[in-house]
Design a protein around this ligand. Structure first.
Ligand code: NAD
Ligand code: GLY
Length: 371
């Protein structure tokens, strides 16, 4: 009998197209799913010291049952470890265990593990197969899809990397039950982002179903993750490499302000999704000031974010410090700050001529009072 909770969709990239499979109890079927897809029998399962004790043995057992030879590679947990040193550890293990061109790297974890494993797969022996098995909400709706891989440099996040697509993305929503609540909510910011920038009907469904999604009700959760994956798949198929005129940059809604908040507060103080949540409220407010979205729409965006328990007010810092941090953002092009603003719920656009005075006023309106 077919599984009523199973969803499959495709990222259409010609010969590099791949499926995203979403469902429950998927880890036990992993070996059977991957058997027809992978070129060889060696699979390195890259995970971290938090996720591996929860899921690695189930994944490895399923692969072994189908004739794969598995090699666990465990990294330390955390964004601070997304660096050359740990990338090198992956390469060391692969070389010591004589991995070949036909071998596969499987990423079992959140976005940190996924980005690092993908980059290792892109570069080891000039490219080997790669499978994403994301275990955070953020990685399930965003990081595991679309082929952005990489590591951090001491001078900035994600500065070294490659576009390299996986062979399949396997999303078992059961993993969200062990994810800390704060991490789940941070992932919700990215979920809401898709509604704001692409799909008004999805945004309305979230307004209706939010509490059920937050309670991890399976049907709602799978439908929600599926909707996000479908939007990201559509955008990536149209603009895989985030060209200057393409639509992938819209996925950065809330990120310019969010990155400024992360820089000012120091990394690790707020989760990335929490900073993006505040950034989206700021972007909606600025959009209203620019005569784009209505006051009602800006209020609906802030309300939905607040209902998740996510922060909506920016921490207090002098406005000049916000502007300096924004000017250093990766999205600055030729000196002009490019902002993703909200035309209306369901549609966003890139704006590079926003008057500085409006940005200053918006930051002032959205900041917490000074301590
Ligand atoms: P993360 O990978 O650090 O995971 C968050 C925490 O949850 C970690 O402590 C992790 O060990 C733990 N964890 C993961 N799954 C768990 C589970 N099921 N149960 C219990 N604990 C679990 O963070 P993240 O939010 O998943 O990803 C953030 C990273 O993703 C950043 O490095 C960011 O740059 C990257 N990212 C990449 C893309 C992309 O397109 N490639 C997009 C967005 C973000
Ligand atoms: N997370 C943004 C992107 O994949 O382009």
């Amino acid at each position: 009998m077919s599984d009523p909770l199973l969803e499959t969709l495709s990222v259409a990239l010609g010969s590099r197209s791949y499926d995203i499979v979403i469902g429950t109890h998927l880890f036990a079927q992993l070996g059977a799913r991957l058997q027809p897809l992978l070129p060889g029998k060696q699979v390195a399962i890259v995970s971290n010291t938090t996720v591996a004790p929860l899921y690695l043995e189930t994944v490895a057992a399923s692969l072994r049952q189908h004739g794969f030879v598995t090699l666990p590679i465990l990294l330390p947990d955390g964004e601070a470890h997304k660096n050359w040193e740990n990338l090198q550890k992956i390469f060391d293990a692969l070389i010591q265990h004589r991995f070949e061109r036909s071998s596969t790297l499987l990423a079992l974890g959140g976005g940190v593990v996924g980005d690092m494993t993908g980059f290792a797969a892109a570069t080891f022996l000039r490219g080997v197969s790669f499978v994403q098995v994301p275990t955070t909400l953020l990685a399930q709706v965003d990081a595991s899809i679309g082929g952005k891989t990489g590591i951090n440099h001491p001078l900035g996040k994600n500065l070294l990397g490659a576009f390299y697509q996986p062979r399949q993305v396997i999303i078992d929503v059961d993993t969200l039950a062990t994810l800390p609540a704060r991490e789940r909510l941070a992932g919700m910011a990215e979920v809401i982002k898709y509604g704001i920038l692409w799909d008004a009907a999805f945004f309305e469904r979230l307004e209706q179903d939010l509490e059920g999604v937050l309670r991890l009700e399976q049907h709602l959760l799978i439908a929600t993750i599926r909707a996000c994956c479908a939007i990201k798949a559509t955008i990536v198929a149209q603009d895989e490499r985030e060209t200057a005129t393409g639509q992938r940059a819209l996925l950065n809604l809330g990120h310019t302000f969010g990155h400024a908040i992360e820089t000012l507060t120091g990394y690790g103080h707020l989760l990335h999704g929490e900073a993006v949540a505040i950034g989206m409220v700021m972007a909606a407010d600025l959009s209203q000031a620019m005569g784009l979205c209505s006051a009602t729409e800006a209020r609906r965006i802030a309300q939905l974010i607040a209902r998740c328990g996510l922060p909506v007010r920016a921490p207090w810092f002098p406005v000049e410090q916000y502007l300096e941090a924004m000017a250093r953002d990766k999205k600055v092009l030729g000196g002009a700050v490019r902002l993703v603003l909200v035309d209306h719920i369901g549609q966003a656009s890139i704006q590079s001529t926003v008057p500085m005075e409006l940005i200053r006023e918006m930051i002032g309106r959205n900041m917490s009072p000074p301590p």
